[in-house]
Design a protein around this ligand. Sequence first.
Ligand code: HAS
Ligand code: CU
Length: 568
Amino acid sequence: MAVQTMSAPQVKAAPTPVVMTARDTRTIHRITGISIGIAMAALSIGVTLGVFQGMEHAGFDWYWALRPLLIKSYYQGLTLHGVLNALVWTTFFIVGFFTFAVTNSFKRPLKYPWVSWLGLGMMTVGLLIAAYPLLANLATVLYTFYPPLLADWTFYVGLVLVVVGSWVMGYSMYFTFGAWRKEHPGETTPFIAMSSIVTMVMWQIATLGVAAEILFLILPWSFGWIEGTDPLLARTLFWYFGHPLVYFWLLPAYVSWYGMLPAQTNGKMFSEPLARLVFWLFLLFSTPVGFHHQYTDPGIPQGWKYLHMIFTMGVGFPSLLTAFTVVASLEIGGRARGGKGWLGWIPRLNWGSASYTAQNLAMILFIFGGIGGLINASYDLNLLVHNTSWIPGHFHLTVGSATTLTFMGIIYWLLPKVTGRKLLSNKLALAQAWTWFGGMILFSNGYHAMGLYYGAPRRTMLGATPYFDPRWQPFLFESLIGVTLLAISAILFFTVVIGTLMRGKSTVQIEMPVAQPYEPGPTPAWLDRWAPWIWGAVALVVISYGPMLFQLVRDIQLHAPPTNLRFW
Ligand code: HAS
Ligand code: CU
């Protein structure tokens, strides 16, 4: 009888993990350094223009001083302020920060560094292309570029390249993730890498809206191929993207607050599984909420606005979870540093570190930014505050503080890390964080109040309005003090950054702060599985947008003629 032989089942061995060489580290530092460098350059111009806007509102119209610098009008300055701060500073910072965070969290090099270089290259070329119409006053359409405002086509081509380049930077992270997975079968994805990549996936889903808006509606119109446009369809596609955009700004701050900040004050991550859940909830609920920006738009039936309002309350929930869990993580640190009693741990937090302090102050401002957001989201309250200065009050506490001040705090450790130079001065950086905090409180309080009580409009050259209401005056004065503090803060920030860059190389070793879990244990498998969450997100998008988009496309009316804000 023939003997049957059975070979042992072949278990495919996992590839040996690739470790970072000095060369890999240098590449990552270069990519991160260049993208954050571009981000900061954009911010330097963006905030300067903000100071001029604040002054104009308070009665000091000094735009003439900007004319030699190509800024011809308030609205051109406002467009640049929004585009450079809200779109360029954030996006370039985020892709650079995530490239660093993902690779350091995986402790492995980028799988294909050239993909990241390609993405960064596309973003940079896009930015340069968009800079031309912005500076030539050919794209004075504000940062939301609502049709029928029409810019020169180069503005849109530039924006598309920035967005597609950021996708490509994301693909490089996905490839690196895939490689890490193969090398570490069965292991849970490290939190910092996982949360950063979830954010990039959310961004991928969100940006499909603005890509469709530009490619199918605006570009053909700006080329002159079609005569008019459909503002309602354009706005709907824009806000499909516009709300998740604000979470693209917020979630990198959450990556730091959850995954890094506790380690900067001897704390631990209060609940790692909960932190993961928060990011999945953002993936689910970030997009199906855009109609909360269109409550006053005619042509969107109430039912859809109502559904988006419900989902908006849903997306507020992971932030409420964050408020409790992140504070608990910090409390662990405050107590480890000797804090006693109910609140005695707070003064013991690492207030001596500028990087820590900037981020904690950002969190405090976000409490108020977040509450304001929930007020905006409530349909009938929104009718009171929509298009008033309350809204800039809201978003200077969110993107202008929770995001920007956190990013500045991150820069205070990341810049020394990627450049190998010691921070110019922790003290100056501390002063920067506190002046930003104080400045934003005064600025945003003034804007909130003026909009709520006396209906001061947003996006308006207030000093030139024939209906100027003297009751705005005290709030404008308050906000002007805020603007002054913010200007001082910005000068301090750039002094610290430029001073650091001008220093010689130092041997001080800095590592990315990584918070360890308070109760280490296995992560439930469903919190490390991608497909159900991604499909869930797609399903919610289809439910919340599908029927309305179908109807708007079916009834498309390309009649609205172009207009612009080139007032001179
Ligand atoms: Fe918003 C308009 C609703 C969050 C940005 N938002 C805007 C615009 C911008 C913006 C730029 O529903 C203007 C767009 C334009 O140009 O027209 N927003 C919300 C809601 C939230 C929210 C519900 N917004 C953000 C974030 C932004 C941002 C984040 C940028 C980063 N927003 C709206 C609505 C409008 C709107 C309407 C349209 C208004 C209109 O009429 O035009 C929520 O995500 C907020 C949830 C957040 C919380 C706070 C949690 C607090 C935390 C901090 C904890 C820290 C502690 C301190 C406790 C519930 C996590 C610890 C201290 C120690 C000492 C330890
Ligand atoms: Cu929103």
